[in-house]
Structure formats: structure tokens, C-alpha cells
Design a protein around this ligand. Structure first.
Ligand SMILES: [Zn+2]
Length: 287
């Protein structure tokens, strides 16, 4: 067991003390060599902690060694005075193990403290940037939503007009439609009244008049032509003092049959495919 741990002493300091009393052994008035030893605990020869110091006094003449109790007190006082003037080495290395353990604890503590501070600071900045990320994500989602909802084409806007056509047009919102409605009231048979929706759109000197009779399927071709001519006459009557280029369409649902354009009577269903009505919806479109 002594091999693994125990106590050892090593020399820390040697000095000569001159004192005028005789050596009890050789009776020679002499000087004395004082050697300081440090004792320490070791484990596997690794110094752990210092256990204290002791010194051995040796006669310079006969080399006899003494413990301080075996010599007069005056020598002990002289040694202590000498130590005060020039202290012996402290032999800190003898506490190497202890100092290492304390250093290790201190180092671990400081490292933990540093890691904690770093984590707190990093967390602060992360939460800040994650907020930014969230707002970026929101922007992305908004963009995606905007992308997934395509801009309405002029065809869509045309269909929208038919969708919002009124059976009883408001004189303030759509005065021309209101005029056509009132005009047709006096020309249509009782069963036809209230079955037609209207919507007009003006673009510069052009006017688009959309008429939506619900009972189109019930009418034969002769009756349809009669209805169209009644609508034409009413529009003539209402717009007689205005030089609008007229585009008159009859619709059912979102199906549109153009009846009249500035080129004359067309009777076609290609209003969506042709660019005929595009000008009403692409720019400065009034509602
Ligand atoms: Zn001696």
C-alpha cells in the first residue's frame, strides 16, 4: 500500500546559522547547517497536499544531527529570525493534487458559467431572428395565396357584370339600365315583366348593355327577335341624345350572345374569344 500512497519529505531549503555555543557532541564552537524539509501526502508519487515543514540541524564540524529541542533556544530563535529575513521555499508543488482539483473545479464552474451566458445570449438572438422568420413565412404564405388566386381576366370581369345584373336597376347606380327597365315595362307582356336583369358599362364613348331574360328557353326564335327589337327600340329611346357606340348582349347565366355592335347586328357567341368587349374591362373600368 505504501507504493500507492503515503508521505514523503523533500528538502526545501538549506542555510548556515552561526551561533557561539559548542556542539554537545564534539564540543566545538561551530556553525550549524539547517535544512528545511517539506512533508506531503502522495498518491502514486503524485504530491497531493503539503502536511507541514520541519528542519534538521547538523553540526558543521562533526556532522551530528540534532532536533531543535536538543539545542539551546537561542539557536531556534536565530533560525526563526533567519527565516523571517529570507523565507524558505514554500514548496507549492507539494500541493499539486489539491491545487489541480481546486483548479479543475474552478475551471468547470467558469466553463459552465460561460456556456450558460452564451446559451442565454444565443437564445435571445435566436428568438429575435425566429420572429423575423415567422414574419418572412407570413409574407411567403401571403405571396403563395396571392399567386394561387390569379388576377381576374377581362372575361372574368365580364361574367361578374352579368352576375351582378339587377332585375330592378337602381336609378343612382345604373341610370341607363333603370331607363331600359322602365321602357320595357310598357312594351313587354305581363308574363315577361320582372324576368329580365340589366347591367350597363360605359367606357369613353362606348356602352355595353347586358340584358338577361330568364325565360329565353321558353321563347321561340320569332319571340326572341321581337324581344331584341323591343330592347333596341328602348335603348334608342334612352340614348337618343348620346352618341355612344352600342354593344348589346343578351345573356343567360354566363353565356353571352352579342346582338348588336357598332358594326351592326352580329348574333354571335364569340364575345369571350374575340377582343370585342375587352376595352370595357382592361383599363379604367367603371363599376
Ligand atoms: Zn559537532
Amino acid at each position: 500500500m505504501l507504493l500507492f500512497f503515503g508521505t514523503r519529505s523533500t528538502e526545501l531549503d538549506t542555510r548556515i546559522i552561526r551561533k557561539n555555543f559548542s556542539c554537545p557532541y564534539c564540543n566545538t564552537e561551530n556553525s550549524y547547517r539547517v535544512t528545511t524539509y517539506g512533508t506531503y501526502l502522495h498518491v502514486l508519487f503524485i504530491p497531493i497536499i503539503t502536511l507541514g515543514k520541519k528542519y534538521i540541524i547538523e553540526c558543521e564540524h562533526c556532522k551530528k544531527t540534532y532536533h531543535k529541542n536538543e539545542l539551546p533556544d537561542s539557536l531556534d530563535i536565530a533560525i526563526k529570525n533567519s527565516y523571517e529575513r529570507i523565507p524558505p521555499k514554500k514548496g507549492l508543488w507539494q500541493s499539486f493534487g489539491c491545487l489541480s482539483i481546486v483548479s479543475l473545479f474552478l475551471f468547470s464552474f467558469l466553463l459552465s458559467l460561460f456556456i450558460w451566458i452564451f446559451a442565454v445570449v444565443a437564445d435571445f438572438f435566436n428568438s429575435d431572428s425566429s420572429n423575423n422568420n415567422e414574419s418572412v413565412k407570413k409574407d411567403e404564405i401571403t405571396t403563395v395565396v396571392n399567386l394561387s388566386k390569379p388576377k381576374p381576366t377581362w372575361n372574368d370581369k365580364l361574367k361578374e357584370k352579368m352576375y351582378v345584373a339587377d332585375f330592378f336597376p337602381d336609378i343612382e347606380k345604373d341610370p341607363i339600365a333603370y331607363g331600359i327597365y322602365n321602357c320595357l315595362e310598357s312594351h313587354l307582356s305581363h308574363s315577361e315583366k320582372g324576368d329580365i336583369s340589366y347591367k350597363t358599362t360605359v367606357n369613353d364613348n362606348k356602352i355595353l348593355i347586358l340584358v338577361g331574360p330568364l325565360n329565353m328557353k321558353k321563347l321561340n326564335e320569332r319571340q326572341k327577335d321581337s324581344l331584341y327589337s323591343k330592347i333596341d327600340r328602348c335603348i334608342d329611346n334612352i340614348l337618343k341624345f348620346k352618341s355612344y357606340e352600342r354593344y348589346i348582349g343578351v345573356f343567360k347565366g354566363s353565356t353571352l350572345f352579342m346582338q348588336k355592335t357598332p358594326k351592326g347586328i352580329v348574333k354571335d357567341s364569340t364575345a369571350y374569344k374575340s377582343e370585342l368587349l375587352k376595352a370595357f374591362f382592361v383599363s379604367n373600368t367603371p363599376d
